[in-house]
Design a protein. Sequence first.
Length: 437
Amino acid sequence: MNGGAAAGSGGKAAPAAPLRLQHYLVMAGVAAAVVLACLRYAPPAAGYGLLAVAPPAEAAARIGAVAVARAADGGEAGAGAAVRDDLTPAAPAPEPASAVVIFNFGDSNSDTGGMAAVNGMNINLPEGRTFFRRPTGRLSDGRLVIDFICESLHTPYLSPYLKALGADFRNGVNFAIGGSTATPGGSPFSLDVQLHQWLYFRARSMEMINLGQRPPIDREGFRRAIYTIDIGQNDLSAYMHLPFEQVVAKIPAIVAQIKYTIETLYSHGARKFWIHGTGALGCLPQKLAIPRDDDADLDAHGCLKTYNAAARRFNAQLAAAIGQLRQRMVDAALVFVDMYAIKYDLVANHTAHGIARPLMACCGYGGPPYNYNHFKACMSAEMQLCDVGARLISWDGVHFTEAANAIVAAKVLTGDYSTPRVTIASLVNSTLLPNDG
Ligand SMILES: *[C@@H]1O[C@H](CO)[C@@H](O)[C@H](O)[C@H]1NC(C)=O
Ligand SMILES: *[C@@H]1O[C@H](CO)[C@@H](O)[C@H](O)[C@H]1NC(C)=O
C-alpha cells in the first residue's frame, strides 16, 4: 500500500480539522492519533451554501418525526433483542438456531459499525439520517447492501465483530471494517486479519461447545453459513496514482488474497460463498474531483475511463479465480456478483432510476458538478448537504446513499448478475449445490 497515499484529490497532508470519513475507504493505515484528532471537529455552523437545507440536528428532528413507522431502530437488535444467556451451560430450552447465518468480510461498503466501534469514533448525523435516524457507524445516510440482503433473508442486520455492547452473533458476524484492504498490512483490518478473527471466533465457538456451552453459532451454523466478501476497492484506489500498467500489475496479488481467504474458509468447512466484485470507481465523485488536465479520460457518462478499466480488470481476474476454485471445490457454491455492471448501469441509466445527478455527492462541499472537496468532506464543519429525499447515488463522494444501495441490492437479489445465476436466498437452505461453473 506504500503508506496508503490516497489517490484522492492529490492531498496527502492531512490537517486534523474535519472528520473525513471517506479516508476509511481510501486511506489505509490511518494512524489512531490522526483518527482521534479528527474526531474533534466543530459542530456544523450555519451557512450551508446552495445545497444546504438544515443543520443535522434540525434535519434529524424533522425526519425523526416522519417515519418512525419504519422502526428501523429496532432492526439492529431485531430478533436478537431477547435476553441472552447462551453462555450458561445449563440454559434450558434454547431458542432454535438462526436459519440464516452470514459471515461478512469487507470494507466500508459493508461495515455496519465495526470501524466506529474499534476506533471509538463518535460518528454523528447526518450519517444515518434517512433510515436509522441516528448514526450507526455505517458510512451512508441509511442501509447498506448487506443490510438489504439481511432484510431479504428475514434476518437481523449483522453485528460487527468488534462491537462490544449489544452485539448479537446468532445470525452471523460482520468482520468488515471501513478502510480495509485485501492486501495484508494495507490497513489495520485487512482481509487476512478479518480471516484470523473468523478463525479465532470459530475456534472459540468449538471450545465452548466442547465445554458444554452454547456459542451463538453452532457447528451446523458454521457449515451452513453464507460467507460474503466485498473487498478490493481500497486496494485499487490506493494504486490509482500509478500508471495504468502498474495498477494492472498489482491486481493478481489482490485477487490472490481473496482466493486464499476462500480456500482457508473452505478448509475449515465453509461451503457457500457470495463474492461481490468492485464497483465503477471512475464514477465516484471523490475520484472525479481529483484535478485533471482535461476531460480526455471521461467516458460518455462522465466517468473516468482509467479507474473503471482497472475495476473491470480486477473483476475479471476475481471472477476467473473464483471459476478456478469452483472446479476444485465441487461441493461448494461459489457465486460471483458483477457489482460493476450494477453500479455502472445506475449511472448510465440514472434517469430510469429516478436519479438526477449521478456524479454528485449528497454530503460534501463545492456544489455541482461533484460537490466533493477532499478537505471539506462530509462530516466536516463546512459540509453542504442535499435535501432529505433527494435521489443521489453518492452519499459522501465515496459511499452510496441508502436510495442507491436499495437499487443495487434489489439487482443483487435478482441473481441476474450472479455467476452462476443463483439467488442468495437459494443458498440459505441448500445443502449441496450443483457446481456447473
Ligand atoms: C441501460 O439500460 C438498458 C436497458 O435496460 C440496458 O440494455 C443497458 O445495458 C444499460 N446500460 C448500462 C451501461 O448498463
Ligand atoms: C429455509 O427453510 C426454512 C424452514 O423450512 C424456511 O422457513 C425459510 O423460509 C427458508 N429460507 C429460504 C430463504 O428459502
